[in-house]
Ligand binder design. Sequence first.
Ligand code: ATP
Length: 326
Amino acid sequence: MNTDYMHQRFQILKLLSDGKFHSGEQLAKKLGISRAAIWKHIQTLQDYQLDVHAVTGKGYRLSPGIELFDAEKILESCPESEIQDLQIFTETTSTNEIILDQISHGSIHRHVVLAEYQESGRGRRGRYWLSRLGSGICLSVGWRFEGSPETLMGLSLATGVGLIRALEKTGIQNAGLKWPNDVLVDGRKLAGILLEMRGESAGPCNVVLGVGINVQRMPARQEGIEQPRTDVETLLGHKISRNELASGVIKELLIMLQRYQEHGFTAFLPEWNTHDCLLGQQAVLLRAGEEITGTVHGVDQQGALLMDINGQTERVISGDVSLRKA
Ligand code: ATP
């Protein structure tokens, strides 16, 4: 992608983010480009599903305005000493990919990457995470664990616990966790987690924790999301600062990672149980094209799912399985 072109588009987005009218002439003057070029950029922003409209005699307006990520605001409440590196992208492939790419070039410990928009936000097993530009939180944190990958089986679950803590601080008290990696409210997906790692079997292990949170309401029909979803602002009934939420989430994730490093998943087990939305319920396990019904019996000390199937407790590790409410 042409970086000059992207830079111009970001400048226009920044100017429009206040939700006020800006004439094509003013925008063209500020950026030193033609009005026709401005119009082209506006069309691209509309292609990103941003509600930019044009009114004759007044200009362009993004309605409602958006609060773009701001490193200073994020670091204000999240000590710089805890974040080794904070990168904010307007558009990128995926925040996880950015950190994964950096592994071969050096340490990614305590690196944080945020994006206003991901072209190919990832979910588990080739699935995706979709988010409208400027309307959610797409965030990844890099962490280097000295131990082997085996000790990290419960990390995805502990990340869910960290997210619940951050959400509770914003006023969302009823979010639940669905094994192994979804944050739901009343059966609607609010946030997704994708953990990716690179390491040797004996350790150390570089972990990239990717998190996607819906902050603003998405269009009612969003192609590609085939499950019920919700967002922070709908749940709270008011607007929220994305920078405050992002910094709250980063803070909780760093605390969680440190605690996990010291104590492993056991330290998170009680909180997981409190928020496990399928605990004690009938659920369907999708495994290798098979649907197995059973009762969720919680998780063990490593974070494996315990499910009662035909009178036997089976231990299920994540990987190639999905869990659904029966
Ligand atoms: P599993 O239970 O196996 O984790 P999952 O469907 O939750 O299944 P994930 O890989 O966790 O799968 O998440 C990817 C899925 O999340 C996508 O297939 C899509 O249906 C859904 N999804 C994508 N973007 C969003 C979004 N912004 N909000 C809610 N759901 C989304």
